[in-house]
Design a protein around this ligand. Sequence first.
Ligand SMILES: Nc1ncnc2c1ncn2[C@@H]1O[C@H](COP(=O)(O)OP(=O)(O)O)[C@@H](O)[C@H]1O
Ligand SMILES: [Mg+2]
Length: 241
Amino acid sequence: MTSTSRLQARGLVRRFGSTTALAGVDVDLADGELLAVMGPSGSGKSTLLHVLAGILPPDSGTVTLEGRDVGRLDERQRSLLRRRSYVFVFQFGQLLDELPAVENVALPAMLQGTSRKDAVAIAAQWLAALGLAGKEQRRPGELSGGEAQRVAVARALITGPAVVFADEPTGALDQQTGHEVMDVLTRTTRAAGASLVLVTHDEQVAAWCDRRLDMRDGRVVTDQVSAAAAQGPAPVAQVTR
Ligand SMILES: Nc1ncnc2c1ncn2[C@@H]1O[C@H](COP(=O)(O)OP(=O)(O)O)[C@@H](O)[C@H]1O
Ligand SMILES: [Mg+2]
C-alpha cells in the first residue's frame, strides 16, 4: 500500500449464537480508496460493514480509524466519532418522508452544529451538483427512486466524512438507474476525498472501485486491486466542493 491506512481491521470475529458471521477478517482501506465487498448472501458482508462502522462490536479483533482504536473508546466518544467520520448511505426509504429533499440533506450538517441557514444553502449546492436543482422542496415520495438515492448520497457526503459505507444501496432500482446512482456515489465520493466501503452484487459497479474483497462464510477469500480502476458511464454530475 502506498498511502496511509484510513481504516484498518485485524482479526475480526463476530458470532450470532452458533453462527459465525465473521471468522477472522482483516481489512485495510487507504485514504480516498473505494472498496467493493462482494460475496453470496449470508457470507458476512453486512456484519463486516456494521463492525467496521462501529455500530456492532466484534467479539474479538480491532478496528482502527485514522490511528484510533475504535473499540477502546467509550460509548459517547464512539457516537461522536460515528457522527463525524462515518456515514451510511441507506435505501431511500431511510430518508425522512415528511421533510423536503433539501432539509433531508441539511440535517446531518445541522446535527453537527452548522446553522440552519448555512446547512440549507450547502445542501442546495449538493443537490444542484447531483442534478437535482429545482427539486429541493420535493419530499422523498415525490422523487423517483434514483433521485431519492441521489438525495441520500448528498446527505451522506455533506458532512465531509472520512469513510462512507453503503450496503447494497441500489437493490430496489432497475439496473440502469442503479448504475447511475452508483456512478454518482463513486464519483462524488472520490471528488470529496472520502473512502468508500460498498457492498454490491454488481460486477460492473465493483469494477468502478479501486479494490474488491470477496467473502465466503465469514472470511475474505480474495482481496484484489481492480485492473485499472475503470470509469463509470458518462458523468451525471460534476461536484465542486
Ligand atoms: N442479528 C443477527 N442475528 C442472528 N444472526 C445474524 C444476525 N446478523 C447476521 N446474522 C447471520 O450472520 C451471517 C452473515 O450475515 P450477513 O452479515 O447479514 O451476511 P450478508 O450481508 O453477506 O448477506 C448469516 O448467517 C446471518 O444469518
Ligand atoms: Mg447483507
